[in-house]
Design a protein around this ligand. Sequence first.
Ligand SMILES: [Zn+2]
Length: 114
Amino acid sequence: MTAEPTRHPLPISRACPRCAGDILAALRVPHGWRTEQGIEVSGTTEILLCARCDVDDPVTGPIAAFFAVHQVVTDQTVGVLSRLIRRWAENAKAPRLDQAALDAEVDAWYRDDL
Ligand SMILES: [Zn+2]
């Protein structure tokens, strides 16, 4: 008699802010910056892995492919996924502030054009 494999459902149930697609995984990484007054601000930020947006990236693409093939993680596939996620975590960098995009949003807000 063979035991039924344990299935590990994904805990992430939110949409990608870029395309509204499925988020497959998220990393929480240290994130900080220096203010104009020279004060260091530190905290964390999340890096999301989207099933659509990140499929062409050489590091995140294999994770998206894993879920496209397997849908869920089982005891038999958790080793493969953990190696892929470890590689992603080792290469992940917090997104840098796009000052031009922020300035454009602030200007749009002042124009009541958001
Ligand atoms: Zn997306």
